[in-house]
Write a protein that binds this ligand. Sequence first.
Ligand SMILES: Cc1cc2nc3c(=O)[nH]c(=O)nc-3n(C[C@H](O)[C@H](O)[C@H](O)COP(=O)(O)OP(=O)(O)OC[C@H]3O[C@@H](n4cnc5c(N)ncnc54)[C@H](O)[C@@H]3O)c2cc1C
Length: 335
Amino acid sequence: MKVAIVGGGIVGLSTALNLKNEFRDSKITIIASSFEDTTSHVAAGIFRVASSFSGPTDEITWKWIKDSYEYYDDIRKTEEAALAGITNVSGYIFAKSSPYAIKNQWMEKLLPIYRKVTPEELKLVEGGWKYGSFFMTILNETSLHLPWARQKLILNGTVLVEKTVNSLKEITKNFDLVINCSGLGARELCNDRHLVPIRGQVTKVKAPWIKTFFYGENDTYIIPGFNGICTLGGVRAFDSENREFCPHDAASIRERCVKLIPSLSKAEVVRHMTGLRPHREGNVRVELEKISDEFSSKMVVHNYGHGGYGVSTAPGTAKYAVELAKETRRMSSKL
Ligand SMILES: Cc1cc2nc3c(=O)[nH]c(=O)nc-3n(C[C@H](O)[C@H](O)[C@H](O)COP(=O)(O)OP(=O)(O)OC[C@H]3O[C@@H](n4cnc5c(N)ncnc54)[C@H](O)[C@@H]3O)c2cc1C
């Protein structure tokens, strides 16, 4: 089976890896405008899926989240974990305004530790916090994970092509199956008006002494990563197309993070990064569509619109997308 996957971010690569496992003799080509300049490279990479994250039903959403966690947790237990950029990380989320901010229906059910903090823990960082949760989760350092996934795919025969696809029809004629993992690019490819960019910006600093993550209010977060590099965030600008670095956002991020942990004032800045989260109003789209031209019709599996949670949930939606692909194979073999 000749398969084209459009998109070389976390969703496209995770889908290709799952597909290769399920269809060992498939010939996979990943076509992407870029394999390096993606939203996936910007992500802080923490496995934390908000309660609002939605698939078509709660049952399917839960399956995506659970399958994703199990996939990463299995890698975490192997010798490859460090190479793949996967590790455990623990920390706190604090809030003042509302107890809802520290609750999370998916994570409370999934993670091995998710508990209310003690009154002493509320004083661990500055801020006069009223509510808090402590949890242990997975960290995916995408600057390691994405090259690791690409290398794995190249070794098993996957072809990576850097090219912009102008329409899905343009490639359906050359492949038996197309899987669309184009993130925000699906706005044009599918004319999907439900996709909205949510602009984000982070600052990477050298802070090897930070071992615990902290979330405060107003999208403030401090997440320790590999090699002593810590991600400071953040920004969530709904419907903003702007990927330019904003010095005002950088100053605000720094100020908010230093307020939480004053020692960060001496942390050296490594780089600033910006990205557009591919948010889809309603739900993430993982579904089949028949695309026809005057000569033939082909099935396309869509897998896009993961918003701020694509690094966390990509392995689960990838598995689901490949199950849909299997269904189309079964249907076509019966005809
Ligand atoms: C600041 C920030 C922090 C984040 N932190 C986290 C986090 O901690 N945890 C988490 O789970 N998520 C996080 N996210 C969200 C996460 O980054 C995204 O959900 C995820 O990267 C989406 O992956 P994707 O593969 O769908 O899209 P992308 O990574 O954008 O990949 C899309 C791919 O499609 C290609 N493409 C698009 N259009 C075309 C076309 N027409 N032809 C060919 N190729 C095309 C692109 O070149 C690219 O290769 C964060 C995002 C931001 C911005």
